[in-house]
Write a protein that binds this ligand. Structure first.
Ligand SMILES: NC(=O)c1ccc[n+]([C@@H]2O[C@H](COP(=O)([O-])OP(=O)(O)OC[C@H]3O[C@@H](n4cnc5c(N)ncnc54)[C@H](O)[C@@H]3O)[C@@H](O)[C@H]2O)c1
Length: 370
């Protein structure tokens, strides 16, 4: 523990300023000590800590908990992949928490990527009508997006994230040292959400991805920490303004209306979330250009930055299949609405709630085929 502490480096604390329960997203390297201090500092002392993780991460999770000095930790495992975001997994976790005599002030710690934080968050929000939740995201996608903002979710066969809650964690620890073992294609997947923030909020992120893609994918931890802080800052700001997703938070869904349908059509698990988001942003760019909202140069920027990040930019898709998926989308209201970019004097800005004709969507999908 002492040597871990000596090597620990706190990059930044990003505050999510929610009126009822503000919390910190702590970004740095070697954060186990800070994580342990946080749990020990809780007013209502937690007696037990339930770590929800996956078999492949079990050793990392055990080392993290042991460095934190936390005793009385129990490990609960879920499967790998989108398939683990299921009612069956949730039910198993409920039983294991009950067997472990988990009480309201005990903590659920989600240690893993977005799959783990989505499932563990849902369980923590519902078991005992809500337990203390702490997120320790271990993928880039988790650190820049999934672990922040309180959205939890599981899939039904009929659609993605159809069951879920909005339940904020008490804290998020983004330890970039955990990213050292993340495979390059999973880093690329996380970069899709970074690019999303670039297009909707902070174009300098696009420059960073374009100029430093190799270093980011090669897991340059300082560079990754810097990117995580910049993305977490954007997400924290948006969530603080619209926690319940009734306004500005919709902008974070740029590319996701297409992406969720693509994931459903291609089969959960056959395409990574970030890869689907990459294709979704390309489709959104084609659609915006078809509708005269942006110039083709912006479509080209999407293609170049996403391809540089190692992400797919073309795929053959069937508009009829996407439409079936959209009818099950939770945001469907008599039709599908998109977040699209629109030209402004300063560049482009995102606009939510845009309806598009079937013809224009079909053309956008045809252009996506390459
Ligand atoms: N709740 C939200 O706001 C939100 C936002 C974005 C995405 N999501 C969800 O997140 C999910 C995708 O998350 P993801 O991309 O992190 O995928 P993931 O959780 O499936 O993780 C990807 C793979 O990386 C492995 N892994 C995790 N940490 C590792 C580490 N440190 N070293 C080596 N391997 C590691 C995992 O075991 C898994 O096999 C999707 O289900 C998506 O819907 C949720």
């Amino acid at each position: 523990m002492t040597s871990d502490r000596a090597n620990a480096y706190l990059h930044a604390r990003v505050r999510v300023e929610l009126p009822m329960a503000p919390y910190d997203v702590v970004v740095g390297r070697g954060l186990a000590g800070a994580f342990g201090d946080f749990l020990r500092s809780l007013e209502e002392r937690t007696e037990k800590v339930f770590i929800v993780t996956q078999a492949s991460l079990q050793d990392r999770a055990a080392a993290f908990v042991s460095s934190s000095g936390i005793a009385n930790a129990h490990t609960l495992l879920i499967d790998e992949g989108e398939g683990a975001k299921s009612l069956a997994a949730v039910r198993r976790l409920y039983d294991e928490l009950a067997d472990g005599e988990a009480h309201r002030h005990d903590a659920v710690v989600a240690f893993g990527g977005g799959v783990v934080t989505d499932v563990a968050g849902f369980v923590a929000s519902t078991f005992n009508r809500g337990m203390v939740l702490v997120n320790v995201p271990s993928t880039l996608l988790g650190q820049v997006d999934a672990a922040i903002g309180g959205k939890t979710g599981i899939n039904l066969e009929r659609g993605k994230n159809l069951v879920g809650t909005i339940y904020q964690p008490a804290a998020v620890f983004c330890d970039v040292a955990l990213l050292e073992t993340v495979p390059p294609e999973e880093i690329s997947s996380g970069l899709a959400e970074v690019v999303k923030y670039g297009f909707i909020a902070d174009p300098s992120l696009l420059d960073t991805v374009e100029s430093h893609a190799d270093a980011l994918i090669g897991r340059d931890l300082d560079l990754l920490a810097d990117v995580v802080v910049r993305c977490a800052t954007i997400k924290a700001r948006v969530v603080a303004e619209d926690e319940r997703d009734s306004g500005i938070r919709a902008l974070l869904n740029y590319g996701h209306t297409f992406a969720h349908a693509i994931e459903r059509v291609q089969g959960y698990g056959d395409v990574r979330h970030g890869e689907a988001v990459s294709l979704g942003m390309m489709a959104a760019a084609f659609l915006a250009s078809e509708m005269g909202l942006i110039d083709t140069s912006v479509v080209q920027r999407h293609r170049s930055v996403l391809a540089t990040a190692g992400l797919p930019v073309a795929a053959p898709l069937d508009v009829d299949e996407l439409e079936v998926a959209w009818r099950h989308d939770k945001k469907y209201r008599g039709g599908v609405r998109f977040v699209l970019l629109e030209k402004t004097d300063a560049g482009v800005a995102p606009v939510a709630g845009i309806e598009a004709s079937r013809e224009k969507i079909k053309t956008a999908i045809e252009r996506l085929a390459g």
